[in-house]
Design a protein around this ligand. Structure first.
Ligand SMILES: *Cc1c(COP(=O)(O)O)cnc(C)c1O
Length: 339
């Protein structure tokens, strides 16, 4: 059987989720009448201790409605140089909102405060206006790293001093909660808007959430409709998302333990390099001596799927459908290739 470590998005809904989907009470969510969506949004708002929540079909749409709420055409968003909104959202900030992203150098996914100080634009007729600081937590391309809370607090304070709004791409924020012991509510206490994926490690087949103050979430709801994300009897998918929200976080520690074991195994093999400091949650980046694409193909031939996300780097991601057998299989295949 194939071991699929390409992404934590590959999980399939389990029997309990499918049963909940089949039994879901539904209504027209664009009219605010889907009881299951309403329950999901209310529960999420309570869990994150924010006024309001919004259910959306994807994390990309979640980030984009947040940014569309916080930015005007001609303005600029500061984001760490390998942020998902910069590299993986099809240039949507430019396409949709007429804004641009200024990449900020960072360490393990955390933007450098001094660089931010230097990159915020002075008021000038020639300049775009810097409007938003966007933080990604955990940070995907840095290796699933958790931004240190003290640094998040300092960055939010810095942003406020410069009059910036703050967005958090919390696609994997529950991984940060599990790795740090700091609850999601504390992570998002001071940001304007946060988006969170339910369809990654938490295991829902579809869905993301945006959370924040009621007024801003109402704006996000309008933009969701504008993007074609107003769904009708969405309770069918919200039912699975509700189980993901309730039960998903409890098993992420297993993913983190497996990722760590894989990374430690790889670190002992001659043909591949791993930066163990970056392995903090469910993601492992490795740099094979051979080209990453070739390593990806050879691992696939041995039954292990991973992603060559650059010519140098392979990414392995642990998730609900990759347990201890998958870990053992991945270590075995890597040993054949890299030891
Ligand atoms: C997956 C992901 C998203 C959203 O992705 P979708 O595939 O649109 O749900 C956003 N940010 C980060 C960091 C991600 O890893």
């Amino acid at each position: 059987m194939l071991i699929d470590l390409r992404s934590d998005t590959v999980t399939r809904p389990d029997a309990a989720m499918r049963a909940a989907m089949a039994a879901a009470e539904v209504g027209d969510d664009v009219m605010g009448e889907d009881p299951t969506v309403n329950r999901l949004e209310a529960e999420a708002a309570g869990l994150f201790q924010r006024e309001a929540a919004l259910f959306l079909p994807s994390g990309t749409m979640g980030n984009q409605v947040c940014l569309g709420t916080l930015v005007q055409p001609g303005e600029e968003i500061l984001a760490e140089a390998s942020a998902h909104i910069l590299l993986n959202e099809v240039g949507s900030v430019a396409r949709l909102w007429g804004a641009q992203i200024q990449p900020v150098p960072g360490h393990l996914g955390c933007p450098d405060p001094q660089a931010i100080g230097a990159l915020v634009r002075e008021p000038d007729i020639h300049h775009p206006r810097t409007a938003v600081l966007s933080l990604e937590n955990t940070h995907n391309y840095a290796g699933g790293t958790v931004l240190p809370l003290a640094q998040v607090d300092a960055l939010v304070a810095l942003a406020r001093r410069h009059g910036l709004h703050v967005h958090m791409d919390g696609a994997r924020l529950f991984n940060a909660q599990v790795a740090s012991g700091i609850p999601v509510a504390r992570w998002v206490r001071d940001v304007d808007l946060v988006s969170v994926c339910l369809s990654k490690g938490l295991g829902a087949p579809i869905g993301s959430l945006v959370l924040g103050d009621a007024q801003r979430v109402t704006s996000c709801r309008r933009l969701r409709k504008a993007l074609g994300g107003g769904m009708r009897q969405a309770g069918v998918i919200a039912a699975a998302a509700l189980l993901a929200l309730r039960d998903g976080p409890g098993r992420l520690a297993d993913d983190h333990r497996r990722a760590r074991r894989l990374a430690e195994g790889l670190a002992e093999m001659k043909g591949v390099r791993v930066d163990l400091a970056s392995v903090q949650t469910n993601i492992v980046f490795a740099e094979p001596v051979m080209p990453a694409r070739q390593a990806q193909d050879r691992l696939a031939a041995l039954g292990v799927l991973c992603y060559a996300l650059s010519p140098q780097r392979l990414r392995f991601v642990f998730h609900r459908d990759a347990g201890d057998e998958a870990l053992a299989g991945a270590l075995g295949a890597c040993k054949k290739l890299f030891a």
